[in-house]
Design a protein around this ligand. Structure first.
Ligand SMILES: *Cc1c(COP(=O)(O)O)cnc(C)c1O
Length: 523
């Protein structure tokens, strides 16, 4: 077997040297027990295989009808142990919430209790198929129905559409409900107002649904500028999309007054509920006049996420929007059984439904995990989640604000995340350098450069799951790096020095990914 055909990282800097001054390179390319890994096509040989097929009997007729493959088609040739090791080594290169603190702001990277995983894998939940007869999946339908009940109760809303498959999909669902409601009253409107600090999915959703997006400015204290919003409201505004708590980590205190003004102007209030973790069990968005809000089950109610999924984004709806909710949905029959309402029955149940968001009922695995999480915490436990999350974020904020600029630190306690700018960094050192410095210290960086309203933003969300000891370790490492940034230590611009790969061209990797391997491209 070839060892490390790709060799050690060619960008290895010379300044990393051992005590004797020799560059820290190794024969294998491995660093300690951090193993280099080539593509699966580049290891093994085509002489090897994990299966022993019997040789064709001598003289047996060829039944391929002349379709015999003339040449090798380049499948990697590996034995079973080689294959297992390849994927195990790859998996160890992944940083995960199960390895350490994952302080990404706006992502709510919390512990995923193993109980949820166990429940989701029970055969009655894990092995069901969406096309099974209803009578055989009553348990699964009961999970959807009971979770729906919890979400409606926790948010103080009237109904919930369970099928959207992520937060962004939920936003689209909510905006489509709003469009259906406006069209039903013969008043189609053109504009959706979105605060400048909003997550990019908000304007993208409104634009995708055919609306013109206009920004709402923020006040100096990081909240929606209510006066500016009021001044812009008019007969062309269909909806206002507001994130609460917002992406600056602050509660929108004027939310009820904003909703009243929006409703008085004949428009609807969409609330981005991605940050529900900070208020669950304490604030009911329905009481604040919200008409539609998605809940990222994979954030607030724990489900492994990242790497593109899976997510789940049920949308709670007010009485004004509930008549337009998408298919399918569950209905409890008089005999206690649960039915799934689809196209054939919708006229009897919800004639205004705008249609459907997805082929089936939604993300069953996430529903099961979320309900397990909710039931194991109980109402009091969920209330404690938001309390501890906010406490941890404020500990972070107050432990760092003597070194870092906290642009809204004076606006009162933060909610679930602490926001800093790059104002204290000396010339030549950036937020990116500080994030890369954290990697050398063994910490996953925080969210960078978001929200856009803060220069060089660093958004840290510790969640309720981290102990004080973990927070203190992170704070100590972060303080050390920030001190270097404030002092203008340009060595930071070389970080990470100790990671297997250093600074990647991330933009090109995202925009022009090379997803297929070919011997020609590799040569
Ligand atoms: C995560 C997030 C979204 C999008 O949710 P997805 O589930 O990733 O589609 C929208 N808004 C905010 C504020 C978020 O944090």
């Amino acid at each position: 077997m070839k060892v490390n055909p790709t060799g050690w990282n060619p960008t290895m800097p010379e300044e990393i040297a051992n005590d004797a001054g020799a560059p820290l390179t190794t024969i294998t390319g491995n660093r300690g027990l951090m193993l280099e890994e080539a593509l699966i096509f580049e290891i093994g040989t085509t002489e090897t295989t994990g299966v022993d097929l019997p040789a064709p009997a001598a003289g047996a007729p060829n039944r391929l009808g002349g379709l015999d493959r003339a040449e090798s088609f380049g499948l990697p040739g590996l034995s079973e142990p080689e294959t297992v090791r390849h994927y195990t080594r790859l998996s160890r290169q992944n940083y995960a919430i199960d390895c350490g603190i994952f302080p990404l702001g706006s992502c709510t990277m919390k512990h995923n209790p193993r109980l949820n995983e166990k429940v989701a894998r029970m055969p009655g939940f894990g092995d069901v198929h969406p096309l099974q007869p209803e009578s055989t999946v009553q348990g699964a339908l009961a999970v959807i129905d009971e979770l729906a009940e919890w979400l409606v109760t926790l948010t103080g809303m009237d109904a919930v559409a369970m099928s959207p498959k992520a937060g962004a999909h939920g936003e689209l669902c909510g905006i489509l409900c709003i469009r259906a409601a406006l069209e039903a009253r013969g008043d189609p409107r053109e504009v959706v107002l979105v605060p400048e600090s909003a997550h990019g999915t908000n304007p993208a959703t409104a634009a995708f649904a055919g609306y013109r997006v206009e920004g709402i400015p923020a006040t100096a204290e990081g909240r929606v500028d209510f006066e500016a919003l009021k001044a812009r409201l008019g007969p062309d505004v269909a909806a206002v999309m507001i994130t609460n708590p917002n992406t600056c980590g602050l509660f929108e205190r004027d939310m009820k007054a904003i909703s009243d003004a929006v409703h008085a102007a004949g428009a609807f209030v969409y609330c981005d509920g991605a940050n529900f973790n900070a208020i669950v069990g304490r604030v009911r968005p329905g009481d604040l006049g919200v008409d539609a809000m998605h809940i990222n089950l994979h954030k607030t109610f724990s489900t492994p996420h990242g790497g593109g999924g899976p997510g789940s984004g049920p949308v709670v709806l007010s009485a004004a929007l509930a008549p337009y909710a998408p298919l399918p949905f569950t209905v409890k029959q008089a005999d206690g059984t649960i039915s799934l309402i689809e196209e054939a029955d919708v006229a009897d149940h919800l004639p205004g439904s705008f249609g459907r968001m997805s082929a089936f009922s939604g993300q069953m695995g996430m529903f099961t995990r979320a309900l397990a999480y909710i039931l194991s915490h109980g109402a009091d436990g969920l209330r404690q989640v938001s309390g501890d999350a906010v406490l941890n974020a404020n500990y972070m904020l107050r432990s760092l604000e003597d070194l870092l600029d906290a642009p809204f630190g004076a606006s009162g306690p933060c909610m679930h995340e602490a926001l800093f700018s790059d104002a204290s960094f000396a010339k030549g050192v950036s937020t990116l350098d500080v994030a890369k410095g954290l990697i050398d210290e063994g910490f996953h960086p925080m969210t960078m450069y978001f929200p856009l309203v803060v220069h060089g933003a660093m958004l840290i969300e510790p969640t309720e799951c981290e102990s004080k000891a973990t927070l203190d370790q992170f704070i100590a490492a972060f303080r050390g790096i920030v001190e270097r940034a404030n002092a203008g230590d340009l060595g930071l611009t070389q970080a990470p020095l100790l990671a297997p790969r250093r600074r990647m061209d991330e933009a090109t990797a995202a925009r022009k990914p090379r997803l297929a391997w070919s011997p020609e491209a590799a040569a």
